[in-house]
Ligand binder design. Structure first.
Ligand SMILES: *Cc1c(COP(=O)(O)O)cnc(C)c1O
Length: 396
């Protein structure tokens, strides 16, 4: 389809339209119904409240629209990595409790308190910082104590947790709302590490009983824990990738029926025949043996589509799988249709998702790129417009 050249009178309207919506043919479609389905399925499986993990732009799905949708669907809690993500959610109208899971820096603490964000306290020293900021503001801080049970990232080692828990419980300026830890190997159902971490965590939690303090919310399970280790569900679960319908380890068996929420689509922008012996793209790394039909797709590593998919990835066009050939460029890449393949300019191209009966899953893209599905999803950046479909669809 070619649009006629606009008359002068239409130009203002056109400019206005461009300001409202991207006309870029490359898009991310987020299926809000799939998110609702996954939230329901995970909650039913775990039988406890869900903290929806929406860090890193909701795993590439769009921080604010996803969080507002999950809140509307009854997610009890939100989890993010950084202060800025928590503030963005509050400013967008998220009212459920929000836990910022990353380590904190002293100067930030007052902002946590004024934005009503739950703080991760991961050492005695950090506890003192939070107390000082809370006292200065004259407002109590809501905190979750982070126990390290084997990740060696942040948190007080479980074998030193006693004094830490006592100090937090005794603090007049801190409300201990939660206690948590993070699982290092829960994506692997066979790993003995998870049982060990659970045992260490429960040992640490026992200090609350020992000193006669009320037990706060105990939470431990990431997606792997939710899917594969029911005994880690405790009082709340913290699924991230599973909420988006993707398995933490593509090799594991799904225990919950999940639907991928994200698809990545584009359109053919150029068609040509490449003659035998003429190499394609930077570095001339791929050369056809016979004349072949090649199309160009307007997305590249500048959008977060990994360059490691060069001559390794696949796309769907007209319901068929076709290989990416040559190096992926910053803004474009080429696909070989073969000598007989057909495609026209503006044909839809699916990079992640379904087309007819064919499907390319994020897990397969990750495998071809030599990475994990997490990195594929969070890598898709803001140059790609996102469209939200499904329940009470608000285009954002
Ligand atoms: C990212 C994160 C999660 C979610 O992990 P998934 O594997 O995506 O489910 C849970 N808890 C913490 C502390 C995290 O950092």
């Amino acid at each position: 389809m070619t649009e006629p050249t606009p008359a002068i009178a239409d130009i203002d309207a056109l400019r206005h339209r461009h300001a409202e919506a991207s006309e870029r043919p490359t898009r991310i479609h987020v299926d809000l119904d799939a998110l609702s389905h996954n939230l329901r399925a995970l909650r039913a499986h775990a039988g406890v409240p869900v903290m929806g993990i929406v860090k890193a732009n909701a795993y590439g799905h769009g921080l604010v629209p996803v969080a507002l949708h999950l809140q509307a669907q009854g997610a009890e809690y939100m989890g993010v990595a950084f202060l800025e993500e928590g503030i963005a959610l509050r400013q967008a109208g998220v009212q459920v409790p929000i836990l910022v899971m990353g380590g904190i820096f002293g100067p930030q603490v007052a902002l946590f308190i004024v934005h009503n964000l739950d703080i991760t306290v991961s050492s005695l020293d950090k506890l003192r910082q939070v107390e000082r900021a809370a006292e200065a503001l004259g407002r109590k801080a809501t905190i979750h104590l982070k126990i390290d049970t084997g990740m060696e990232r942040i948190g007080v080692h479980s074998y030193h947790a006693g004094a830490f828990i006592e100090a937090a419980v005794a603090s007049p300026w801190c409300v201990v709302k939660g206690v948590y830890s993070h699982l290092a190997c829960a994506d692997d159902p066979a790993s003995p590490m998870t049982a060990l971490q659970l045992e260490r965590f429960l040992d640490a939690c026992a200090h609350f009983d020992r000193i006669g303090a009320p037990m706060p919310l105990r939470h431990l399970a990431n997606s792997g824990g939710v899917l594969h280790f029911p005994e880690t569900h405790l009082d709340m679960v913290r699924p991230g990738i599973a909420l988006y319908g993707v398995l933490p380890d593509p090799a594991s068996q799904p225990t919950v029926d999940l639907e991928p929420a994200l698809s990545l689509v584009s359109q053919v922008v150029y068609f040509k025949v490449v003659e035998a012996g003429h190499p394609v793209s930077y570095g001339a790394t791929w050369t056809p043996q016979c004349d072949t039909r090649v199309v160009t797709i307007p997305i590249g590593y500048g959008d977060g589509y990994p360059r490691s998919l060069s001559s390794r990835g696949e796309v769907l066009i007209r319901g068929y799988r076709h290989p990416i050939v040559g190096r992926i460029c910053m803004d474009q890449f080429m696909v070989d249709l073969g000598p007989q393949g057909t495609a026209y300019n503006e044909d839809d191209v699916v990079l992640i998702g379904r087309q007819g009966d064919a499907e390319i899953r994020c897990e397969a893209v990750a495998q071809a790129a030599g990475t994990i599905p997490y990195e594929i999803l969070v890598g898709l950046n803001d140059r790609i417009p996102r469209e939200y479909r499904g329940a009470d669809t608000a285009q954002t």
